[in-house]
Design a protein. Structure first.
Length: 194
C-alpha cells in the first residue's frame, strides 16, 4: 500500500512510502505506523539493524543516550500499555521496498495514539499517572532527528478490524520465527483482548 507520510522536522517533508499492511478501516482497533531511515548511512542502518541492533552506531536509542530521561517516558508508555491492554501488539520489521525499518503498532483506539504521540504541543498522562511534558516530547523528537534519523508517520492513524490485526500479527510472528528481519516487541495477549 502506498502512503503519503509526514516528517514533522522538515518543510515539504511529505514523502510517498510503502506500508507492509493495508488496514481495512473497520473501527475496532487503530494502527500507528512509523518508517525510520538514517539520513547519512541508511544502507548500514538497514543491513545491520537485525544482526547488530545493540551496537551504538546502529541503534536509535543507543545513539541518543544523552536524552535517556526523555526516552524513559516514551518507553513507559509501551511497557504500561502492554500490561493494561491499550497496546495490542508491536513489531519492528525491515521494509525493503521503502528502505526503512518500520514500527507497526496496534492500539485499542486512535485517541491513545494521538494522546501519546501525535501532539507534541501538549503534555500527556501515562497509565501510571506520571506526566510526559510537551518539552520532553519535543526534545526526544528533535534529538532523534538531530542524531541523523528521519522518522515518518502515517498521520492520521488508521482503523483496523480485530480479525485483520490478528491475521497480520500471525504473519509477523511467522517471519520472526523464520528470522526474516522481524522483531516482536509486544506480543499479542489473547487474555487481555477476548
Amino acid at each position: 500500500m502506498i502512503i503519503n507520510t509526514v516528517n514533522r522536522h522538515e518543510l515539504n517533508s511529505d514523502k510517498i512510502m510503502h506500508s507492509l499492511i493495508d488496514p481495512d478501516n473497520v473501527d475496532e482497533w487503530a494502527v500507528r505506523y512509523i518508517w525510520i531511515q538514517h539520513k547519512h548511512d541508511n544502507e548500514s542502518f538497514l543491513n545491520s539493524y537485525f544482526n547488530d541492533g545493540n551496537k551504538k552506531n546502529i541503534n536509535v536509542r543507543g545513539m541518543t543516550t544523552h536524552i535517556n530521561e526523555d526516552w524513559k517516558f516514551h518507553n513507559n508508555i509501551f511497557e504500561l500499555s502492554a500490561v493494561n491492554g491499550d497496546l495490542i501488539w508491536r513489531v519492528k520489521i525491515l521494509n525493503s521496498i521503502s528502505n526503512s525499518i518500520d514500527y507497526i503498532e496496534i492500539w485499542k483506539n486512535k485517541q491513545l495514539i494521538n494522546q501519546y504521540f501525535n501532539n507534541n504541543q501538549y503534555e500527556c498522562t501515562l497509565p501510571n499517572g506520571t506526566v510526559w511534558t510537551a518539552s520532553s516530547k519535543q526534545n526526544l523528537s528533535k534529538e532523534i532527528y538531530n542524531t541523523g534519523f528521519i522518522t515518518r508517520s502515517w498521520d492520521p492513524p488508521r482503523s483496523i478490524s480485530k480479525l485483520q490485526a490478528i491475521d497480520y500479527y500471525s504473519k509477523f510472528v511467522a517471519q520472526n520465527q523464520r528470522k526474516e528481519n522481524c522483531i516482536i516487541n509486544t506480543k499479542f495477549n489473547q487474555l487481555l483482548h477476548v
